[in-house]
Design a protein around this ligand. Structure first.
Ligand code: UDP
Length: 271
C-alpha cells in the first residue's frame, strides 16, 4: 500500500500516477481525463483500456494476482471511489477528485453522439442491455450503436468477441461485473485495431432504469456505497472489503504496518 510516483505517457504528454496498493492511479480530474486523453484517443483511433477502480477492486487485486496483472495492464486506472481518493490523500499524494465510471460513460456517450463515434454495449441481462441501449439513443440523439449483446455468455465463446470486432466500434462498454469485464477486455483487446474499452459494472442497469443511482446528496456525503447496500443488502460482503481497505489506510494502522515491516512485498500464493 506504499506509494511512489510513476509516469504514464499518453498522447505525447507525461502524467504522474499515484500508487495505492500496487495500483497506479491516473492523477487526473474527470474533465482533464476526457479532454486530454479520451477524446484525443477517439479522434486518433488509438486503442486504450480504462479501469475505473474502487477500493473493492483494489482489495480484489491484492487477493487475486491474475486480476492484479489485468488491472496493471490497463492504460489508465481511475479512482472510482472516495476510499481511493482518501487513501491517496493519506499517502501524501492527493488525487484531484473521484472519477466515477458511470460519469465517464455518460460523458463518452454524449461526446460519441456529437462526434459520430459508434458504441458497442456488451453486458447485463438481455432486458437491461436492450433498454439501456434504447435509453442511450433517447438521451443522446444520433448516437451510433455498433451493436449490443447481453452479458450472460461463456467467456470462452469466441463468437461474441468476433461479433464485437466485426461491428468496428469506437467505444466498447463492458458491463459484466468486476473482474469478469476487465478480464474480457484484457483477453480480447488485441483483436481490435482501435477502440476505447471500459468496464462499467452495473452502469447499464442504471441507464436502463433497472437500478437507481444514489441521490446526489448521498454521493456528496460520500455515502453512495451505503445507498447501494440498503438497496442490495446482499452486497454486505463487498462493503466489508471496502472497510478493510479504509482500515488499511488509517494513519494508526499504516504506522503499525510500517513499524513491523508488513509493507515489504512478499510473493503471494495462488488464491
Ligand atoms: N453481469 C453480466 N454477466 C455476468 C455477471 C454479471 O452481464 O455473468 C452483469 C449484471 O447483470 C450487472 C453487471 O454485470 O448488470 C454487474 O453489476 P454490479 O453492480 O455487480 O457491478 P460491479 O459492482 O461488480 O462492478
Amino acid at each position: 500500500m506504499f506509494t511512489e510516483r510513476k509516469e504514464v505517457n499518453a498522447m505525447g504528454r507525461t502524467y504522474k500516477t499515484v500508487t495505492v496498493m500496487d495500483i497506479d492511479f491516473f492523477n487526473t480530474s474527470m474533465n482533464a481525463f476526457l479532454k486530454h486523453i479520451v477524446y484525443p484517443d477517439l479522434a486518433n483511433g488509438n486503442k486504450c483500456f480504462i479501469v475505473t477502480a474502487n477500493p473493492e477492486i483494489v482489495i480484489e487485486t491484492r487477493d487475486h494476482p491474475e486480476f492484479k496483472k489485468v488491472v496493471q495492464s490497463a492504460d489508465y486506472v481511475l479512482a472510482d471511489g472516495v476510499g481511493v481518493v482518501n487513501a491517496a490523500m493519506l499517502l501524501g499524494q492527493p488525487l484531484p477528485e473521484r472519477v466515477s465510471g458511470i460519469d465517464v460513460m455518460y460523458h463518452m456517450l454524449d461526446h460519441a453522439a456529437k462526434q459520430g463515434y459508434s458504441v458497442f454495449f456488451l453486458g447485463a441481462s438481455e432486458d437491461s442491455n436492450k433498454k439501456a441501449v434504447e435509453n442511450a439513443e433517447k438521451i443522446f440523439p444520433g448516437l451510433k450503436i455498433a451493436g449490443r449483446h447481453d452479458g450472460y455468455f461463456d467467456p470462452a465463446d469466441e463468437s461474441i468477441a468476433r461479433m464485437v470486432v466485426d461491428s468496428n466500434p469506437d467505444i466498447v462498454l463492458v458491463a459484466l461485473g468486476m473482474q469478469r469485464q476487465e478480464g474480457w477486455i484484457a483477453d480480447n483487446i488485441d483483436k481490435f485495431d482501435k477502440g476505447v474499452f471500459m468496464g462499467v459494472g452495473g452502469s447499464f442497469d442504471v441507464l436502463s432504469g433497472k437500478a437507481q443511482r444514489a441521490p446526489k446528496i448521498w454521493i456528496k456525503l460520500q455515502l453512495e456505497w451505503l445507498y447501494r447496500l440498503i438497496k442490495e443488502p446482499k452486497r454486505i460482503k463487498r462493503v466489508l472489503r471496502v472497510f478493510e481497505f479504509m482500515l488499511l489506510h488509517t494513519p494508526v494502522v499504516k504506522h503499525v504496518i510500517k513499524m513491523f515491516g508488513f509493507n515489504k512485498t512478499r510473493p503471494r500464493g495462488k488464491s
